[in-house]
Write a protein that binds this ligand. Structure first.
Ligand SMILES: Nc1ncnc2c1ncn2[C@@H]1O[C@H](COP(=O)(O)OS(=O)(=O)O)[C@@H](OP(=O)(O)O)[C@H]1O
Ligand SMILES: [Mg+2]
Ligand SMILES: [Mg+2]
Ligand SMILES: [Mg+2]
Length: 395
């Protein structure tokens, strides 16, 4: 692993399993996603009790202090490591709502959230700022992420909080960071703050989070509320625990490589889909599930945690069929798609073609929907099911 120099006191102690062309980029990306996840965990704890702090955007989707603060933090760190002049970042949020005259209190909250987070950068193996950032620097960091991506050169792709609806409901969400090189996703990092290393811990986590009970936990060292998954193109996919308050335990090398499930019998397979019917047709996917012989209840989970579930074998299929006219954005899929592929799975559109991340901020040319499978057998069956049932669907 690359050593980031003297300013990086703990960097070499944080295990980031890497072996490839983009080791340094991936190392920084995993650390900044860990840092961002810790920011999100703090904001989510407050937000669940203070729903008035959730804002609606022009398209009525939600945005919170965490979305802006993570975008600012990641943008600032990437710019420090890779140069603010040359870096290209494609990300979901902009500064519009923060620069309105009636938004000073909101902006102040974002600025203090970013500074509190960056003050912990050293603990995550990253260089922090020498002094606190002012509001203009925070706005600049958010606004710098206005690249349109494209087929040439290098672009970072960030969804600061994916599944904002899950986030404000105290449920699953993800921090998603990817890097494109010449139009291809070459690295992906998915921070899943409420998705523990083992799925059996999910129920424990929910009772912990919702009731704040004092149940006896999995062994202290092994207990982590969330995980981070990552991959670079052409190597394996990895998962490690999110750093938590007891950092001395998290510094142990707990990273492990992840693989998709080996199940290829539809009767034993589980499919995941968005929670919201508005984001994907539940009736169409129920029809597909029936026709290809899936018997288990769908796993409805907010955010790219669905990709995380496929990548480490908690489920076998992911489907998303948005309404006609909705254009999928690259930041909702880039990191998750690479991690599934490097874990041995297949990700395509519903016509069986690879997703094209080279056309700007949208997945242009997407054929009907997105499907991801743990292997080729299930993928072939699913493509056939779509082919057989599309004409009779209302999509
Ligand atoms: N109408 C519509 N159709 C399809 N997709 C939409 C739509 N509106 C929004 N979005 C995008 O969906 C992202 C969340 O997707 P999910 O699969 O997590 O959906 S769900 O929250 O589980 O229902 C969500 O990501 P975040 O905004 O980062 O939360 C959006 O980019
Ligand atoms: Mg959003
Ligand atoms: Mg998203
Ligand atoms: Mg988002």
């Amino acid at each position: 692993m690359e050593d980031n120099g003297n300013d990086d006191p703990l960097g070499s102690n944080i295990p980031v399993k890497v072996c490839g062309k983009y080791d340094h980029e991936l190392d920084v990306a995993v650390k900044v996603v860990q840092l961002a996840c810790s920011l999100c965990q703090k904001v989510q704890e407050n937000l669940v009790q203070n729903q008035d702090k959730v804002k609606a955007k022009e398209d009525s989707s939600l945005v919170t202090v965490a979305d802006w603060s993570v975008q600012a933090t990641v943008s600032w760190v990437l710019s420090e490591y890779f140069g603010s002049e040359s870096i290209s970042i494609v990300a979901e949020e902009d500064v519009q709502a923060l620069t309105r005259v009636d938004s000073t209190a909101l902006l102040d909250t974002v600025v203090s959230t970013v500074n509190e987070c960056l003050s912990e950068a050293n603990g995550f193996g990253l260089k922090g700022p020498k002094k606190s950032l002012g509001s203009s620097e925070v706005l600049e960091a958010i606004g710098r992420c206005n690249s349109n991506g494209g087929p040439k050169g290098r672009h970072w792709v960030l969804d600061p909080v994916d599944g904002t609806l899950g986030f404000v409901r105290g449920d699953q969400y993800a921090v998603a960071l990817a890097m494109l090189e010449e139009g291809e996703v070459v690295l992906g990092v998915l921070g899943c703050p409420n998705y523990p290393m083992k799925k059996e811990w999910l129920n424990y986590h929910h009772s912990y989070y919702r009731i704040m009970s004092k149940l006896s936990s999995p062994t202290f060292e092994s207990w982590h509320k969330g995980c981070v998954m990552y991959a670079q193109r052409g190597s394996e996919a990895w998962m490690q625990p999110l750093l938590c308050d007891n950092k001395q335990f998290s510094f142990q090398s707990l990273a492990r490589s992840i693989r998709v499930s080996s199940i290829d019998d539809p009767a034993l397979a589980t499919f995941c889909e968005p929670v919201e019917k508005a984001n994907s047709s539940h009736s169409f996917t129920a029809g597909l599930a029936h026709s290809m012989g899936l018997r288990k209840r769908p796993l409805r989970v907010y955010s790219m945690v669905k990709y995380a579930a496929i990548a480490r074998g908690d489920a076998e299929i992911f489907m998303k069929f948005a309404k006609a006219g909705y254009k999928e954005k690259i930041w909702d899929h880039a990191a998750g798609a690479l991690i599934i592929q490097e874990a041995g799975g297949v990700v395509t559109d519903a016509g069986g073609r690879p997703l094209d991340f080279s056309k700007g901020i949208y997945l242009e040319g997407l054929d009907r929907g997105i499907i991801a499978c743990s292997g080729a057998v299930l993928h072939k069956k699913l493509i056939k099911a779509v082919y057989d049932s599309w004409d009779s669907s209302n999509l």
